[in-house]
Ligand binder design. Sequence first.
Ligand code: HSE
Length: 309
Amino acid sequence: MKVAIQVPATMANLGCGFDCLGLALPIYNTVIVEETVLPGSGIEINIIDEKNPESISNIPTDKNNIVYKAIELLYGYIGQTPDEMKITIKTQIPIARGLGSSASVIVGGLMAANELLRKPADEAVLLSIATEIEGHPDNITPAIKGGITLSSWEEDGSIIYRQLPWYDDWKITVCIPDYELATEISRSVLPKEVAIKDAAFNLRHSAMFIEALHTHDSELLKIAMRDKLHQPYRKKLVPGLSAIMDNLRHTKGVLGCFLSGAGPAIGVISCGANLGEVKEIVSSTWNDMNVNTQFHSLPLDNEGAKRIL
Ligand code: HSE
């Protein structure tokens, strides 16, 4: 049996919603898992990135591979161990840019294993196991469900989520710089504790964000996406972030901009066509720092992870 799962890229946090808001984008990784028939062939893992083959050179292809670990956990869920299989990971989502590449392959591995084992795990179990591996649900939930989601990792390990509305006149631009930033490093600069005034700031802004989405309120969205819990600490890891965000905020049509997940990519939400201006602002800062940027203006992916084979 051979199973292929296609999983979208994601952008997490969206400014105010640290570790709980995220959205899915139509850039995909695909995890293909094949049961091998020859006994003794063990686990074979291949990773293919046609556009940037050098970006995958450090990813393990043994049992330390995160996709294998996800598959192993799902087999463990029904008391089994995977023994003979061929895993192929086809990547299009840039690695370590804050676009959910690890969440996508975790989800792909878990869902492929679940199909091979004839679906012992339901959606709630998949969400919990995937979040356990990733450490937070904000990329995992939109990777599985698509769209834009609010999710919470509850104390009992369950994931509570809701999909939120989105509108065709709100456009997303993804600005992807040509360097990597590991989530681990980006989380290491965050303080263990924050001032209650900063917690209260994000609390009220994330409430505004949800209200803005439910009422299609662009003016409220403009205020809502601000953050005091993670971006201020991460700006030292993403040179130019403050200047870019300050300039974007004053650009016609921009409703909000944010560090995507743990960075370094930046997301921009706009109303109306302003890709040229966004490109100009981001490039003029990052070019001066010798950073090249790829820009994509994309709709949401509304399907989430799906079996394609
Ligand atoms: N919410 C996470 C963070 C996303 O900001 O660290 C990382 O993928």
